[in-house]
Design a protein around this ligand. Structure first.
Ligand SMILES: Cc1cc2nc3c(=O)[nH]c(=O)nc-3n(C[C@H](O)[C@H](O)[C@H](O)COP(=O)(O)OP(=O)(O)OC[C@H]3O[C@@H](n4cnc5c(N)ncnc54)[C@H](O)[C@@H]3O)c2cc1C
Length: 427
């Protein structure tokens, strides 16, 4: 059977795997990406049917919020947001649905025009996969499923389900929350499921959303309304985490619209129509280590968090760029990409942030999921009091834009180095 060698083998061409592959494109490293699925087709989010002209009968995909930092980072690696459908949000609003607490931060307070954009999860991935197919320095293979892993002294060898092998100095597990590579590598994880599921659909409301990304916290779970059209329109994506999701899914469309209107306190007026609902199990896990010799975990393969603050993909993108920076140092240090000291640098930089965000999400989940009097009082008073503290507003604004999570200047340096190294090889 065929056997190939590469420097960096990325398993999984989702958001994080593709981000790493593009960040490493044109470096001196050979990069190969293996994806078990077929190429993602760009979702037609701008299609009038999908955008709400005829909501009934349309199955929406998963919609995610990418923060400003992630959008800028993707643009720097060659995937500007203009290359896929996206809907900017200018303000985040949190409302305590069981009390009187309110909190909001606008982009203008931070001197920005937007805080981020709402995108179909497949949209940037489709754009990145298309770029990778055209990139001469990266090989991407579809319908290529990794089925086993073997350690050698200087490399790790993976076998695909068709029996072919790839020998890599570094294997990157970017194969999602159910990562087979993580399991095969024997890396343990700490995790738990929530007694909730996320129900996802699109909804047409009576009033314009004004480009707000809103979240109403209820004791049955949070419900997010994310803008899916320009500010004077009223199509939103709904992510409703609920502890009785089956009952909500069993409602007729009219009953669901009424329940959503009530749960969101008619934030954008009455909910008029909804698309069919999809449901996703909610779980939280953290790998106990992100690295071992010749192998590293990235994105959801390393951590999965509750989507209540929309951070999972953003953290995965920051993971990928941090790893790319660490690998970029191979050129100067003479280290091999699978060198454990180099990989530990990535783990040291990313693990505290990822664990910290997961802990914060867990704290929110517990604080808002309780109907006891003390948490009720803390969140009602706390949200309103905190909303007046400029430092806290700024901190939450930074969390929303992602500016605390990753140093863009480092990426500029990495890209500069890459272009420089390409110039040298051109000479
Ligand atoms: C309801 C919901 C709402 C969310 N909302 C947000 C949000 O608003 N903002 C945000 O930042 N995040 C959000 N997230 C999280 C976000 O979707 C994930 O964190 C992100 O998509 C993970 O990307 P990934 O590339 O790490 O993994 P994945 O997207 O799972 O990609 C893994 C890839 O690996 C491939 N693969 C798997 N096994 C193999 C194998 N053995 N061989 C080859 N290929 C393989 C898969 O086919 C897949 O393409 C949300 C999640 C949920 C469930």
């Amino acid at each position: 059977m065929e056997s190939t060698e590469t420097d960096v083998l990325i398993v999984g061409a989702g958001l994080t795997g593709c981000t790493l592959a593009l960040a490493l494109a044109n470096t001196s490293l050979d990069v190969m990406v293996l994806e078990r699925g077929r190429p993602i087709r760009p979702p037609a989010l701008n299609d009038p049917v999908c955008a709400g002209a005829a909501l009934t009968g349309v199955v929406p995909g998963r919609i995610i919020a990418l923060n400003r930092q992630s959008l800028e980072a993707l643009a720097r690696i060659g995937v500007p947001s203009e290359s896929y459908p996206h809907f900017p949000f200018h303000r985040i609003c949190a409302v305590d649905g069981c009390g009187s607490g309110r909190f909001s931060v606008a982009a203008s307070e931070l001197g920005l025009d937007t805080l981020g954009s709402i995108v179909h999860a497949d949209a940037p991935v489709a754009a990145m996969q298309a770029q990778l197919r055209d990139a001469s320095s990266v090989e991407i293979r579809f319908e290529a499923e990794v089925s086993s892993l073997d350690d050698a002294a200087e490399s790790t060898s993976v076998t695909l389900s068709d029996g072919s092998c790839v020998d890599a100095k570094l294997v990157v597990a970017a194969d999602g929350g159910q990562s087979t590579v993580r399991t095969m590598a024997g890396i343990q994880q700490l995790g738990w499921t929530y007694s909730q599921q996320a129900i996802v659909c699109n909804a047409q409301c009576a009033l314009p959303h004004g480009c707000d990304a809103s979240q109403v916290f209820l004791d049955t779970g949070p419900v997010a309304l994310l803008p899916l059209s320009s500010g004077d329109q009223s199509l939103v994506s709904v992510v409703w985490s609920h502890n009785d999701a089956d009952a909500l899914c069993a409602l007729t469309d009219d009953e669901f619209c009424a329940a959503l209107t009530e749960a969101t306190e008619a934030r954008y007026g009455e909910v008029i129509a909804v698309t069919p609902r999809l449901s996703f199990p909610l779980l939280q896990h953290q790998a106990l280590g992100y690295v071992r010799k010749h192998l590293v975990l990235l994105g959801d393969a390393a951590h999965t968090i509750h989507p209540l603050a929309g951070q999972g993909a953003n953290l995965g993108i920051a993971d990928a760029l941090t790893l790319a920076q660490e690998l970029g140092t191979c050129r100067y240090s003479g280290q091999l990409p699978g060198d454990i000291r180099l990989l530990r640098g990535y783990e040291r930089r990313r693990m505290p942030i990822n664990v910290g965000v997961a802990a914060l999400m867990e704290g929110f989940y517990r604080l808002f999921g309780s109907s006891h009097i003390l948490p009720l009082w803390i969140r009602s008073r706390g949200m309103s009091e905190l909303a007046r503290v400029a430092g806290i507003r700024k901190l939450i604004g930074q969390l929303a834009t992602g500016t605390w999570s990753f140093d863009q200047d480092e990426l500029v340096r990495l890209r500069g180095d890459n272009l420089h190294s390409q110039d040298e090889s051109d000479v």
